[in-house]
Every structure is written in structure tokens, then in C-alpha cells.
Design a protein around this ligand. Structure first.
Ligand code: SAM
Length: 399
């Protein structure tokens, strides 16, 4: 293992195919693992890792490679590094491990001057997409998307300490190993009490953030996208704090449907007069029921559809795509709150591509606008749920 690690620190420049590939290939084919071994994971979990012994240190060959990548890599060298990555993936290297510095391979590539659309980072994202799609197949269609990277001991961003990041919030990503709670199980959520605070909507018991006002700029952008035409007929799924619905109203749509399932939120909507607005139609209940009714009626079609719920999984979104294709007008726009994988930039990029691939199966295309994300205030919630400084705003339409 240490010999493989040694090669991946690129001790000889220039990096040539002959200088590296045969040796790396030889080591891998001799059984040197391309990624963690189970023993290493066990050692790490039991705190037995030995920093002096690279065989049991919490890193992977791809991390070593990415950390050692010279910043002045020539194009020819870059191609060799890409070949090395290909060989490591061929021998089973994992794409989503994090190392002793809590970094993904993607973090290290970007730190070392690689760009998000460069060949090395793209290769890593492609490996993530393939692995996730394969996992979906193995699970017989059941989605078990991007689980927390092995070894993850998540930390909130420095200025947002004391808050536990939550990959389960807004769009939970893993269905396994998660005890049912309001943030992971729709039934529990719909039965839980909610509380509106000064700048958020939280579950009463666990203080899970259902919606927070730092998302206002994102919601305004989304309203702009889905109300792109005059006299638009639009539907927003998930009222929450009504931020996007207020932004939609300011664009004077012809008809504005709002689908909402939680009784406490529906009460808030009543109290605030949403039920009596002339151009608003409130669809009480889960979108799974209410939008399917509209689909069956075949009378209402939308220029814009927005989706932002809570305690649902990517699996639910895949079901939603079936409804979207039936309800979206040609030229219409579908968008959603994109927190998919946003606990880590690499996972966020993998999801970005997966959504693109999934909607393309329906003859839809997904374009993304990149928006800056300012300071997020996690004071009122137990867990943070968005850890990237930028937001991929999706605009999905019939290509
Ligand atoms: C994140 S909030 C929406 C925030 C909203 N975009 C805003 O601008 O304030 C999610 C909302 O979706 C609702 N919701 C969750 N699951 C739902 C479902 N299956 N159908 C309809 N609404 C749902 C929740 O009760 C909650 O009000």
C-alpha cells in the first residue's frame, strides 16, 4: 500500500505514462487495495488508526493523488493522471470517501487548482454518478442515494458551530440507518407540531429546520423562473413560510395553486388570508394525491411548477417527474429547491448530473443557474442542511 501511495505523490516529473502506469497497475493487480480496506475502516472506527503507518491511515490512494497533484500540471501530464484515476476506479476505488481532514477527493482536486469542469474533477463526478446509478439498480429500483461518506464526522461551518449538519433535511439522501423522525418520515412529520419563529419554520420537538429565511433570494429567483410568462398558471408545492408564494403573487399570475399537506401550515395560510385571495387555489393535502387528481381531470396545465417539500426523498422526486410531464405545458418551467447533496460540494455536483440524466429520460432538460449563497443562520435549528457557498438553481423544461 505504501508503495502505491508513494507513486501517487508524483515523486518524478514530468508525470509520464511509462513512469507511472505500469507500476501502479502492477501493484493493484497484485492485490494492493485501490481504496480503504474493511480492516482499515474498522481500525478507523475503533480509533486504532496509526498515523505513522500509511497502511492504516484514514486516507485513500485517490486522496493521496489529489493532495499531491502539482499545480503546474501540463496537459499531457493531466491526461496521464486521468489514466491513473481510470485504473484506480477500475480496481474499485471509491469516489465519496472523506479523509482525516474531512475532505473529499473533489475538495482536494479543487484546492490544487483543478476546475469543476476540468477532466479530473469531471471524471470523479462521473464515477459518483455511475456508482449511484448502479446502487439504484442493485437495490431493484429503490433509491439509496448518496449516503454520508464513510468516516464522516460532520462539522458545521466555523461561524455556524454547535449546529450539526443534516444531510436528511429538505431532501433526505439516505433511507438506510435512519430512525423514523419528522425530518425523515413523512407520516411522523405530518403528525408533528410545527412552530413559526422569527425567521424560520421548525419542528416543535426536534428543532429541525423546515424552512429558513436565508433561502429568500433562492425563492425569488425560483418565482422569476416559474412565472416567466404573462398571465401564468403556476403551482407551488409546499407553502412553508410562504416566501416563494409571496414572490409569485408579486408577479400577478393568472392562477396560483398552492399544494400543502401540514395542518399547522394550512392554519397559517388561513390566518394570513391565502384562502380568500381571488387568484389563489389552495390544494389541501399531499401533492401525491392532489396533483394526481389534477392529472386525472386533465383540465389544468401549468406554465410553472415549483417543488419544495420536507421529509421526502429523491425517490419521491422521481415519482414527481411522472406528474410533471403530464401537467407542464410545452414551454413551461419546473424548478425545485435544490439541496440535493448540498452538504458537500462533490455530492452536490453528482446530484446535479443525476437530476439532469433522470429528467432527460422524460424528454426534459435541466439548465442550472449558479447563485451565490450568503450567510446562513442556523441558530434556531438543530442541524444545518446546506453547506455550499453557491446554489445550483434548476430550470427544467421540455428540451
Ligand atoms: C421547505 S417548506 C417550503 C418552503 C417554501 N418554498 C417557502 O418559500 O417558504 C416545505 C413545505 O412542504 C410541505 N410538505 C411536505 N410534504 C408535502 C407533501 N407531500 N405535499 C405537500 N406539501 C408538503 C411542508 O408541510 C412545508 O410546508
Amino acid at each position: 500500500m505504501s508503495q502505491l501511495h508513494h507513486y501517487l505523490t508524483f515523486p518524478k516529473r514530468p508525470i509520464t505514462r511509462e513512469g507511472y502506469l505500469p507500476e501502479i497497475q502492477k501493484l493493484l493487480s497484485a492485490g494492493v487495495p485501490a481504496t480503504y480496506t474493511l480492516e482499515q475502516i474498522a481500525a478507523f472506527e475503533q480509533g486504532r488508526e496509526d498515523e505513522d503507518d500509511p497502511d492504516v491511515s484514514n486516507t485513500t490512494p485517490l486522496h493521496v493523488m489529489a493532495r499531491s497533484l502539482p499545480r503546474d500540471l501540463s496537459e499531457v501530464e493531466e491526461q496521464v493522471v486521468l489514466d491513473i484515476m481510470n485504473v484506480l476506479f477500475e480496481y474499485g476505488a471509491g469516489w465519496n470517501f472523506i479523509d482525516y481532514e474531512q475532505k473529499t477527493i473533489g475538495d482536494l482536486l479543487l484546492e490544487n487548482g483543478q476546475s469543476r469542469d476540468g477532466p479530473l474533477y469531471s471524471r470523479l463526478v462521473d464515477a459518483g454518478v455511475s456508482a449511484e446509478l448502479l446502487l439504484r439498480k442493485i437495490n431493484g429500483g429503490e433509491i439509496e442515494f448518496i449516503e454520508e461518506p464513510i468516516g464522516a464526522v460532520e462539522e458545521a461551518p466555523a461561524e455556524e458551530d454547535d449546529v450539526e449538519p443534516d444531510v436528511q433535511q429538505d431532501m433526505p439522501q439516505g433511507t438506510s440507518q435512519v430512525a423514523p423522525s419528522a425530518s425523515t418520515d413523512q407520516k411522523s412529520y405530518l403528525e408533528s407540531k410545527l412552530e413559526y419563529t422569527k425567521d424560520s419554520l421548525v419542528t416543535d420537538e426536534n428543532r429541525d429546520g423546515v424552512m429558513m429565511d436565508w433561502e429568500t433570494a433562492i425563492m425569488e429567483k425560483a418565482a422569476e423562473s416559474i412565472c416567466a410568462t404573462e398571465n401564468a398558471t403556476v403551482v407551488n408545492i409546499g407553502f412553508g413560510m410562504g416566501i416563494i408564494d409571496t414572490a409569485i403573487q408579486s408577479r400577478h399570475p393568472k392562477t396560483h395553486y398552492i399544494c400543502e399537506a401540514h395542518p399547522d401550515v394550512l392554519k397559517k395560510m388561513k390566518d394570513e388570508g391565502w384562502y380568500s385571495k381571488p387568484d389563489v387555489v389552495v390544494l389541501e393535502g399531499r401533492w401525491q394525491d392532489r396533483l394526481n387528481e389534477l392529472l386525472d381531470m386533465g383540465e389544468v396545465f401549468f406554465d410553472g411548477i415549483y417543488y419544495d417539500t420536507f421529509s421526502e426523498y429523491y425517490e419521491d422526486m422521481l415519482e414527481l417527474y411522472d406528474v410533471i410531464v403530464g401537467l407542464l405545458k410545452p414551454g413551461g418551467i419546473f424548478s425545485f429547491f435544490n439541496g440535493l447533496g448540498a452538504d458537500r460540494p462533490l455530492c452536490y455536483d453528482v446530484y446535479k448530473k443525476i437530476v439532469d440524466l433522470d429528467v432527460s429520460n422524460y424528454g426534459l432538460r435541466c439548465d442550472y443557474d449558479v447563485l451565490p449563497v450568503g450567510k446562513r443562520n442556523w441558530e434556531e435549528v438543530k442541524r444545518s442542511y446546506f453547506n455550499c457557498d453557491y446554489y445550483y438553481h434548476p430550470r427544467i423544461s421540455f428540451g
